[in-house]
Write a protein that binds this ligand. Structure first.
Ligand SMILES: [Fe+2]
Ligand SMILES: [Fe+2]
Length: 442
């Protein structure tokens, strides 16, 4: 059976019996429809209740008010009959709730209310509903028989056995073994071709570099090396482009693009289908949005921190992609969080690996901290606001389905991170409302 994953703001309708439609929702709502007679089914991943007519027209599938009628129309166009179609609804969790702080993300509840109103106004019976609560859910629709499986992704179970370390490389060995990260081939290739044009500016290059965490890390590493003798460490690609003369900058970027490496294929360890790349970009964009919303400087640095927070996963991919399946197995079958599955399979996790490499490369402390502590923001000493923003942005990405493939658990946001940046319910609403525009992931 082939699985089609429906991402936020996507709709798919099919009559292919060998397909399973699947989506993971937190505060978003999955709406499945099925006609048992003709075996046509569809699934929508609804992100927000409603928006202005203009926004709904531009991206109807993102919103309940426009997306559900669109799903129904697609079903009917494919040959389903409105009289026979039934619906199932899952999601709408209150994931960001922390009652003690009085912070509640009510987007889940609002989503559910509108979804129910719209479905009932269309006259479609809801035969299965699993909504609310504090966990993410996975909804699967089997096209062969219309069977709908809704599974809560619960908190991890405690393991009572000692972790077995089966990693081939010791954590401390990463320092010596990692020379250069492999950038994403498409982006590296595009950058190399742009560098050849004399008219390409540093600003033009920045636009491409910041789409690739590995490349961003490589460029920052080179800029912060002793060769350039900067008094202060460089925190963002924009700053590097401003400080270096254009030719030097181009040379650094060319070197960082690793033109003799980029032809190697990268697969496994969550990089498949660009999920990891999209997760990093999503986190960077959401983090910048939070910093702008909360007026916390500097958005460029925060963007870089978001882009690099999971750089340890990119590194592990280059050594352990064959172990990725074992890690995924733990996550899916034992409801384990990614970082715990890594600890069990490898003996360490991506945040630790990221920290070691970030330090070895002389990346600025603010980036080292956000890489090493993005899953434990309460431990932060130097840059609590930045690490808290990255942690929150990371959770929001998982919540809306940009969790990098593996982070299917809809995380509860750490309380200390919420209070650190004084995140209020209104702020979270504003951030979520802006996501459709911000998440124009390339
Ligand atoms: Fe992470
Ligand atoms: Fe992440």
């Amino acid at each position: 059976m082939e699985t089609h994953v429906i991402l936020p703001g996507e709709i798919e309708v099919t009559d292919n019996p060998s397909i399973e439609l699947r989506t993971c929702v937190g505060s978003c709502v999955a709406v499945a429809m099925y006609d048992h007679q003709v075996r046509i089914g569809g699934l929508a991943h609804i992100m927000l209740p409603q928006a202005s007519d203009k926004k709904e027209k531009a991206r109807p599938a993102l919103y309940a008010r426009s997306g559900i009628p669109l799903l129904l129309n697609k079903m009917i166009k494919s040959g389903a009959s409105k009289d026979r179609i039934v619906a199932a609804v899952a999601g709408g969790s209150l994931i960001l709730t922390d009652r003690k702080l009085g912070v509640e993300l009510n987007i889940g509840r609002r989503n559910i209310n509108i979804v129910q109103q719209v479905i009932s106004s269309l006259g479609i019976p809801i035969v299965r509903q699993d909504t609310g609560g504090y966990f993410g859910r996975v909804l699967k629709l089997n096209l062969e028989d219309g069977l709908i499986d809704i599974r809560e992704v619960k908190e991890k179970k405690q393991k009572d056995t000692e972790s077995e370390i089966v990693g081939d490389i010791k954590l401390e060995d990463f320092k010596n073994r990692i020379d250069k990260l492999k950038p994403v081939p498409d982006i590296a290739r595009m950058i190399i071709s742009r560098i050849k044009y004399s008219g390409t500016s540093s600003y033009d290059l920045e636009k491409y570099i910041i789409k690739d965490p590995a490349l961003t890390a490589n460029v920052l590493k080179l800029c912060n090396s002793l060769d350039y003798g900067f008094q202060k460490q460089i925190h963002s690609i924009r700053r590097a482009g401003e400080l270096l003369n254009p030719e030097t900058f181009k040379n650094i970027v060319l070197d960082a693009s690793g033109y003799n490496l980029y032809e190697d294929t990268i697969n496994g360890y969550s990089l498949e289908n660009k999920e990891m790349l999209n997760h990093s970009l999503c986190c960077a964009k959401v983090a910048r949005l939070i910093s702008q919303e909360k007026k916390i400087n500097n958005p460029d640095v925060i963007f870089t921190a978001g882009l690099l927070h999971d750089i340890g996963k990119v590194i592990l991919d280059q050594y352990f992609f064959e172990k990725f399946n074992l890690i995924m197995d733990k996550i899916i079958n034992e409801d384990m969080q990614f970082i715990d599955a890594e600890n069990e399979i490898l003996g360490y996790n991506h945040a630790q690996v990221g920290e070691i490499v970030a330090m070895e490369w002389n990346l600025p402390g603010i980036l080292v901290e956000s890489i090493s502590l993005h899953h434990q923001p309460e431990k932060t000493k130097g840059n609590p606001e930045v690490v808290s923003i990255i942690h929150i942005a990371d959770c929001i990405c998982s919540m809306i389905g940009y969790g990098g493939g593996a982070n299917i658990v809809a995380n509860q946001i750490n309380r200390s991170a919420i209070s650190c940046i004084n995140l209020q319910s209104d702020d979270v609403d504003k951030i979520i409302e802006k996501l459709p525009e911000v998440l124009n992931l390339g």
